[in-house]
Design a protein. Structure first.
Length: 423
């Protein structure tokens, strides 16, 4: 390679010609070297890809992975299809991956239709917001398994949803004509979520005499209008799980009794307290009970007293343990340990109370039980003569007890109005 005879001297015209030639040769060699490096990188990546475990996955395994990706992000199928021809072929032959149709997104109606077409005949979970055209649903009514609506569209009164098993009314404070929910319009309905909406007695003439569906679970907002009680009677022989939500006003003024012979899980939330609860539920098979009552001093607590077969209970106040002789797990959502010490005092002095109790769980992972609490727990376990020891557990969050109604029907499913895939 050419080098100047004296680097400290100024270049002569001949030196400049020789230097330019040397620069040209070096740049050419560098370009060739860079090209060689890129070629080697491609060869290296190709060999790594050839040895990659993903390459050895069968189409069935890839389909399962792609379905899981679609559950986490409804846009995944489009991204996956752009990776390579094999993945595109696999994702296009995986209808379930396209079944997470996101009507809340800004996707065009044509984009939504593409998802619906590629999802084949897979059952659909849908949250349908107001701005979308209701006509989009008409070709797929037979496929909708879970449906969440902001409101009942005015042109939907004659539409039948033959496959809907779970229906949610999402908009808070809205009202639903009680007779809109009937077995003619929803013949397969088993799970109803109307905790944000009230039932209204206003009745479309064509729906007046059509029976109410045989629900297995129902989350509802109670109101003065007794129509919800009438509907509760209609499904009493099938209802297994019930959740009642009570706000500041809206409760029947006349006492009524509802017999629920197969109910196993009951949840009552009276956020503003209760002065006079007039709805008595008879629940001979109840096993799981949750009760939250707002206000420091509630005139009526507990709200529900038919708990002789209850095995799991959750509450934000001290429950009357004498009403729960079969209790095994007690969950307390409390701000201080005063309620807990009172419960332990009862157990220590009345060994016949809740003889099967094994767990007391507190929703607070940061506060450690005081020495007083530990002493009382020792008294319960060692000095009271109880057959079973009671364990105290601190929980970061609650999980559903057996039979409790789940707010959403699956992990990140698009039928929820808080679907995380929107971001």
């Amino acid at each position: 390679m050419w080098q100047p005879a004296d680097k400290k001297a100024l270049p002569t015209p001949e030196d400049m010609v020789d230097a330019m030639k040397a620069i040209y040769r070096l740049e050419k060699q560098l370009a060739e070297a860079e090209h060689r490096v890129e070629t080697l990188k491609r060869e290296l990546d190709g060999l790594k890809a050839w040895l990659s475990p993903a390459r050895r996955l069968t189409s069935d395994a890839l389909s399962s992975i792609f379905e899981w990706c679609a559950e986490l992000d409804w846009r995944s199928p489009v991204k996956i299809a752009a990776v390579c021809a094999h993945w595109r072929q696999t994702i296009l032959s995986t209808p379930r991956a396209w079944a997470f149709v996101e009507f809340q997104s800004k996707m065009s109606d044509d984009g939504v239709k593409m998802y619906l077409e590629r999802s084949g005949e897979r059952p659909l979970h849908i949250y349908f917001p107001g701005p979308r055209s209701y006509i989009l649903l008409l070709p797929i009514l037979h496929r909708i398994q879970c449906l969440a609506l902001d409101f009942i569209p005015g042109n939907a009164e004659e539409v039948v949803f033959p496959a809907v098993q779970r229906l949610s009314a999402c908009r808070f404070g809205s009202w639903i004509p009680a007779t809109y929910i009937n077995i003619k319009r929803f013949p397969a309905l088993r799970h109803l979520m109307t905790a944000n909406s009230g039932f209204s007695s206003s009745t479309p003439p064509q729906d007046k005499n059509i029976p109410f569906p045989s629900l297995e679970s129902w989350s509802l907002r109670i109101a003065e209008d007794r129509i919800w009680i009438d509907r509760l009677h209609c499904c009493k022989y099938t209802l297994v799980s019930l959740e009642l939500i009570h706000y500041a006003s809206g409760i029947p003024s006349d006492r009524c009794v509802v017999f629920l012979p197969v109910l196993k899980s009951l949840q009552i939330f009276a956020w503003d307290g209760v002065e006079n609860w007039m709805v008595e539920l008879e629940t001979p098979k109840l096993q799981t009970y949750e009760e939250y009552v707002g206000g420091e001093d509630s005139p009526q607590y507990p709200i529900h007293t038919d708990t002789k077969r209850v095995v799991q209970m959750r509450s934000n106040k001290e429950p009357p343990l004498s009403l729960c002789p079969r209790l095994e797990t007690l969950q307390l959502d409390i701000e201080t340990f005063a309620t807990l010490t009172s419960v332990l005092d009862t157990l220590a002095t009345e060994k016949e109370t809740c003889p099967n109790l094994q767990f007391i769980e507190i929703l607070d992972e940061e506060i450690n039980p005081s020495q007083e609490v530990q002493t009382k727990l020792d008294q319960v376990n060692f000095n009271s003569g109880r057959n079973r020891h009671v364990r105290l557990l601190l929980r970061k969050e609650w999980s559903n007890l057996p039979g409790m109604i789940s707010e959403f029907c699956g992990r990140d499913m698009p039928c929820t109005w808080e679907y995380p895939g929107l971001s």
